[in-house]
Ligand binder design. Structure first.
Ligand SMILES: Cc1ncc(COP(=O)(O)O)c(C=O)c1O
Length: 423
């Protein structure tokens, strides 16, 4: 069994359950030890395991046997461009396909620097923009910067604002978005020039699912326009229907100059897309944007299949149905359980924050965080959950059924009740 091999050879990282995966369907995986796990922590393979139409489409793409050179076109690539332009309703005119989200983020920053002729870029605490050098430097998580040594110059970090946990300790009803003014104040002494760009995730996918204040992205758009700063939205975790909308920028009514898409786009295959307003590339030799495998026809077909399946199988309507189950249950938890502080999220993505007062000595300082305890107890009942700090995630593939959403609610509620007695 693979796990024996891994244990014996002490390979750098191991999986989070025993046994090998031998079969999979939807959000379920079965291991060689006959154990069934339901995976509620999936951010890449968004259609779920073993999606029949997706597999048929990928098989057919392999059988066509076409491999276009990087600068070549085939029908699939053109079809994908058409779909992305249609879904973004004319907001962008240029598209570049790359093999990873990190790569696309780096291109976005390079384009912004070239367009503005300026160097500095603003990014946010708690953000994750990738693991390549500049993308890791842009990220606001020290763990992601491991081993970088000297960080890339010209990156300024400010606090990611969120009303669930206002870092200024203000009330949203009366604060008049003081966080935006605070950012301006910080930049007034940190920045050496007007920044070239601001890079932001519409919610922080990997650090506690923090959501921005209502209207923040619109206000940021106006802020950037006043100063000639480009806006880059990293929608690698937030796009393609998981929130109930195709894109968060559309939900928020704020159009970025550069939009970065990835992960769900390929349903696990290596494809990301950088969508740009034409002006940003006006003074750039387009052939500079290049890469080895980003527009490989197999990865392109994965993206085409994802978009077609989302639309023909009406997954966005399904996501809204899951939301109608999740939100009332999570609201109830916040009311009924002292150890649950708040929840945030939409569609099939939620962060459930456990109250600090019950676990304020958690993590490396001693007492385990409540969220970690839930993850470990749920695993014994066959539920694979994720967390960041003291925030538990519900973020399964989009195909999660109503029954599976209810199972999460029932199992986790029971665990929380048990824990409420001892935390
Ligand atoms: C929000 C966000 N941006 C960028 C990336 C980097 O994408 P990739 O892993 O495809 O390089 C990630 C990956 O986790 C992400 O979650």
């Amino acid at each position: 069994m693979h796990n024996d091999f891994l244990r014996e050879h002490d390979i750098a990282f191991t999986g989070n359950f025993d046994g090998d995966v031998v079969s999979a369907e939807g959000i379920s995986i079965t291991t060689s030890e006959g154990k069934l796990y339901r995976n509620y922590n999936e951010i890449t393979s968004m259609l779920g395991q073993n999606h029949k139409v997706f597999i048929e489409r990928m098989t057919a793409a392999m059988q066509r046997g076409i491999y276009t050179p990087v600068r070549g076109y085939e029908a699939g690539k053109v079809a994908l461009f058409q779909k992305l332009l249609r879904l973004t309703q004319g907001d962008f005119q240029k598209i570049f396909l790359s093999a990873s989200g990190s790569e696309a983020i780096e291109w976005a920053v390079r384009i912004a620097r070239n367009y503005t002729g300026r160097n500095e870029v603003v990014a946010f605490s708690g953000s994750l923009h990738g693991r390549t050098y500049m993308a890791a430097c842009l990220s606001g998580i020290s763990r992601r910067k491991f081993g970088l040594g000297v960080q890339a110059p010209g990156i300024l970090h400010v606090e990611y604002p969120s009303c669930h946990h206002c870092y200024l300790n203000l009330e949203s009803a009366t604060c008049q978005m003081a966080c935006l003014k605070d950012m301006t104040r910080k930049l007034s002494y940190q920045a050496s020039e007007v920044p070239a760009a601001i890079v932001i995730e519409p919610f922080t996918g990997s650090t506690g699912m923090a959501v921005l204040p209502n209207g923040y992205l619109k206000a940021l758009r106006a802020w950037a326009d006043e100063r000639g700063v480009l806006l880059i939205f990293d929608e690698i975790q937030t796009a393609f229907g998981k929130t109930g909308d195709m894109f968060m920028y559309q939900r928020e009514g704020a159009i970025p100059d550069l939009l970065v898409l990835g992960k769900a786009l390929g349903n696990g295959f290596h494809i990301a897309a950088l969508m740009a307003q034409a002006k940003t590339l006006a003074n750039l030799d387009g052939t500079i944007l290049a890469g080895g495998t980003g527009s490989n026809p197999i990865a392109v077909e994965a993206a085409n299949a994802v978009i077609d399946i989302l639309e023909t199988e009406q997954w966005l309507a399904h996501v809204k149905r899951i939301e109608a189950i999740m939100k009332p249950a999570l609201e109830r938890w916040c009311r009924d359980y002292l150890i649950v502080d708040n929840y945030r999220g939409f569609g099939v993505v939620y962060g459930i924050a456990f109250a600090d007062r019950r676990s304020d000595s958690g993590g490396v300082f001693g007492k385990p965080l409540a969220a970690a305890e839930v993850v470990s107890r749920a695993k014994t009942q066959g539920l694979l959950l994720g967390r960041s700090g003291n925030v538990l995630f519900f973020r399964p593939a989009i195909c999660v059924t109503k029954e599976e959403a209810q199972l999460f609610i029932d199992v986790v509620a029971h665990i929380i009740e048990e824990m409420s007695n001892c935390f």
